[in-house]
Ligand binder design. Structure first.
Ligand SMILES: *Cc1c(COP(=O)(O)O)cnc(C)c1O
Length: 371
């Protein structure tokens, strides 16, 4: 029976069977080796390389540090062109490296960086482009990399939403100079907290390994001003377990996605996120856009209406990062009007592997009644 009082959150962490996890961590009680790149770390890294289809991968403590340390490892400076329509982490990672983010607007189709507007933002100070595969929508990788090549810029993708995806049959982790992943509890694939970087040049991997461990090279040798960003053995073990079930998880997410499309695809008051035919999606998010000229209500009213029914949708991404208190006197949102507009209309509906299809119907009924 469907419980109408049950709270439904926008996401729910995937967890293996408890006994599977206990089996995975049992050896840690023998070794007492619970962090600092132990056996679980190395095994997980090996398996993840295989799954992501890359030769080069470094594991870190979370997605944010994957961005922050990659920027540091590449010794970037000056300005980095990026999107303001993202999670706080993307902009913070640039600013915390003492680099100026230059904000490029997004396109209204898939909310990724608008390549048409990219080139004119390049100055003599630009060192890199940091686009976001937002909601798992793959950026215009060809357009971005063509411009980057022309101007000799590095490309780092924030791939926090794009775990396991492919574009034209090519693994998402293989694009750009580096791709940064998050394995946070709320993501498609989690290690509780965790992150990873896939990269092209071997020297970036060496640098990342150094930087995640205080710049320590040997017991008596410290060669860099590093941080502590190591993925511990318990998180790596969680990753090993969750990786066994990831294909099944994504399959279940797909049926939730399809149920939403069946229910909402034809409603003229809103639009749903449609993936490019070139990509294999992971169904990480289900954003809808509320058109205020067609709908009786705006996004905020719909959000409140869902909340009254115990459904916790999220206004991802609102506000855009340039509107944050810490940035609003430093950066402007005027140059990214599309990002501003989208952020006021968009709403991410609950989606996770075990979300029951009857619950999806209930959510959709509330939406249809409200808009
Ligand atoms: C989650 C997320 C991050 C940060 O990852 P954490 O693992 O939470 O540190 C960075 N960028 C985007 C777009 C994200 O959604």
């Amino acid at each position: 029976m469907m419980d109408l009082n049950k709270k439904i959150f926008v996401t729910r962490a995937s967890m293996p069977d408890i006994n599977e996890y206990i089996e995975e961590i049992r050896s840690l009680w023998d070794s007492h080796f619970i962090t600092n790149m132990g056996e679980k770390h190395d095994l997980f890294k090996h398996q993840l390389k295989e799954y992501l289809g890359v030769k080069n991968l470094e594991l870190v403590v979370n997605g944010h540090m994957s961005l922050e340390l990659t920027i540091q490892a590449m010794e970037l400076e000056g300005e980095i062109i990026t999107s303001p329509f993202t999670f706080a982490s993307t902009t913070h990672a640039i600013v915390r490296n003492n680099i100026r983010p230059v904000f490029c607007d997004i396109n209204s189709k898939d909310y990724t960086i608008d390549v048409e507007k990219l080139e004119k933002l390049i100055t003599s100070k630009t060192s890199a482009i940091l686009p976001v595969h937002v909601y798992g929508n793959v950026c215009d990788v060809e357009g971005i990399e063509e411009i980057a090549y022309k101007y000799g810029l590095k490309v780092i993708y924030d791939a926090a939403h794009a775990f396991g995806e492919t574009y034209k049959g090519k693994k998402i982790a293989s694009f750009g100079d580096a791709s940064c992943f998050s394995f946070h509890a709320t993501k498609v694939f989690n290690t509780i907290e965790g992150g990873g970087v896939s990269f092209k040049e071997n020297k970036i991997g060496k640098k990342l390994y150094e930087l995640k461990n205080f710049g320590i090279k040997g017991t008596e040798e410290v060669i860099g001003v590093g941080a502590n960003a190591k993925l511990n053995e318990f998180c790596a073990a969680m990753g090993i377990c969750n990786l066994r079930h990831i294909d099944e998880e994504i399959k279940k997410r797909k049926s939730v996605y399809e149920r939403y499309i069946d229910n909402l695809g034809m409603i003229k008051e809103i639009s749903v996120n449609v993936y490019s035919v070139n990509q294999k999606p992971n169904y990480a998010y289900f954003p809808i856009t509320v058109f205020e000229n067609k709908s009786k209500v705006d996004r905020d009213v719909l959000y409140d209406q869902l909340l009254e029914n115990g459904i916790f949708a999220r206004k991802y991404f609102y506000p855009i990062t340039t509107e944050f208190d810490c940035y609003k006197d430093v950066f402007t949102s005027k140059d990214t009007p599309e990002a501003c507009k989208v952020s006021k209309r968009i709403l991410c509906l609950p989606i996770y592997a075990d979300l029951e299809l009857e619950e999806v119907d209930r959510i959709c009924d509330i939406i249809k009644r409200t808009v």
